[in-house]
Design a protein around this ligand. Structure first.
Ligand SMILES: Cc1cc2nc3c(=O)[nH]c(=O)nc-3n(C[C@H](O)[C@H](O)[C@H](O)COP(=O)(O)OP(=O)(O)OC[C@H]3O[C@@H](n4cnc5c(N)ncnc54)[C@H](O)[C@@H]3O)c2cc1C
Length: 373
């Protein structure tokens, strides 16, 4: 991907997660010139998958539920399939490392959820593929957004080759609001909006997610669901992440199997190597010696991911994100929009919210254009 963007465009998009990519795709499709500036070396943001053994295990976003109706619509548009989260079978309950695990029929049927076949990375790849070459620029961290005269905005930042500055007519800032408040200087901005940015938690930024891939989903062969509930960790909730293609009829394996799970952030002084070893020990305790030799183990501690969670101030936990009206409005006469998932009116913080925010951008900008005509 090119690293030095042009110095002007109709639209500048900041952040290459699913929201930013969808906005960039939409702008390019309607004929606007667009630049997407992404601070990291990859696009996807909180959509990140462990790629091992021929399967993908999600280390960030994974599920959508029945009420998240925008997700299947976008998947259809990009010819992607979804798979129902596997729940049947016997779950494991781990109450202590020195006690045998218990095997339980999961007490209640959870609301059905789906994952994206090929992981959320498949969605990111599909959207990135249809964005024109020369649009997406990685390694470009935006530090400032300014009004530039009555008709434009200026975005300044730091790239791997030094400072850069881009002028545009409109800006879609697709960076999580709390990170914006801590790391991007936007002026002028009403103090109420600054407060709203600062106080909007980034969904799941307090969490750690682990993915493990085995050469086969041996737990499924034995009738286990892959679901583990643990009181001792290091991972408190494990879920099956095996794609249907890895299983032949009768539950026999014909490909790799995956598990993913959630835990609290890594404690100070615990090395990633030790943590990975503890994860494997936990799975051996839950599933026996077959769990001893994974193909891959990867841990993503989102509370320490600088492009998700600001280093100033700890990641804040939130049980259910709520809509923040100040963040779904447009500013500077329609030139500045916040479009990360947390700015959505519907399902803020979720993938569905990221899609809603990108669609809102489209609706607001076309309404502004018609009013000006
Ligand atoms: C562990 C975890 C589990 C989750 N599970 C689910 C789930 O099951 N279902 C669900 O719907 N959602 C889930 N989510 C939330 C989901 O990941 C988000 O809703 C979605 O990915 C947000 O997309 P986004 O584009 O709004 O923001 P992000 O994905 O956060 O993208 C923001 C982008 O901005 C970039 N950036 C940051 N600062 C700058 C800067 N200064 N300049 C330029 N670029 C910058 C970042 O590098 C990043 O690429 C989960 C999240 C996590 C962390």
């Amino acid at each position: 991907m090119p690293r030095s963007p042009a110095t002007s465009a109709d639209v500048v998009v900041i952040g290459g997660g699913v929201a930013g990519l969808l906005v960039a795709h939409r702008c390019a499709a309607t004929g606007d010139s667009v630049l997407l500036l992404e601070a990291g070396e990859r696009v996807g943001g909180r959509c990140l998958s462990l790629d091992a053994g021929g399967i993908r295990v999600d280390l960030g976003a994974a599920w959508h539920w029945a009420e998240h109706t925008r997700v299947p619509r976008v998947l259809d548009r990009f010819s992607l399939a979804r798979i129902r989260q596997y729940e049947p079978g016997v779950a494991v309950f781990e109450s202590g490392r020195n006690r045998p695990v218990e095997h339980v029929d999961w007490p209640s049927t959870p609301p059905p959820s789906w994952r994206i076949e090929g992981g959320t990375q498949a969605l990111i790849d599909a959207v990135a593929d249809v964005i024109p070459d020369g649009t997406v620029h990685c390694g470009m961290r935006v530090d400032r957004i300014r009004q530039a005269g009555p008709d434009g905005i200026r975005v300044e930042g730091t790239g791997s080759e030094g400072p850069f500055s881009v002028e545009a007519a409109r800006c879609a800032c697709a960076v999580p609001p709390r990170l914006v408040a801590h790391t991007i200087d936007i002026r002028p901005l009403p103090s109420g909006v600054k407060d709203a940015l600062r106080h909007t938690p980034t969904w799941m930024s307090h969490s750690l997610k682990a993915g493990v891939v085995y050469d086969r989903p041996f737990w499924r062969e034995d009738g286990w669901s892959g679901r583990v509930r643990s009181l001792v960790g290091p991972i408190h909730d494990w879920h099956d992440a095996t794609p249907p293609a890895s299983l032949a009829s009768g539950g026999r394996s014909r490909g790799a199997g995956g598990l993913f799970g959630f835990g609290p952030p890594l404690q100070q002084g615990v090395s990633m190597d030790d943590f990975r070893k503890r994860i494997v020990e936990q799975l051996v305790h839950c599933y026996g010696p077959a769990a001893r030799d994974p193909v891959a183990v990867r841990v993503q501690d989102w509370s320490r991911a600088p492009r998700t969670t600001p280093s100033a101030g700890s990641a804040c936990r939130v049980d259910e994100p709520t809509a923040v009206p100040a963040l779904s409005r447009e500013y500077w006469n329609g030139r500045l929009h916040f479009v990360a998932a947390e700015t959505a009116c519907d399902h803020p913080g979720f993938l569905d919210g990221a899609i809603e925010a990108a669609q809102r951008w489209e609706e607001q900008t076309s309404a502004t254009a018609s009013a000006a005509a």
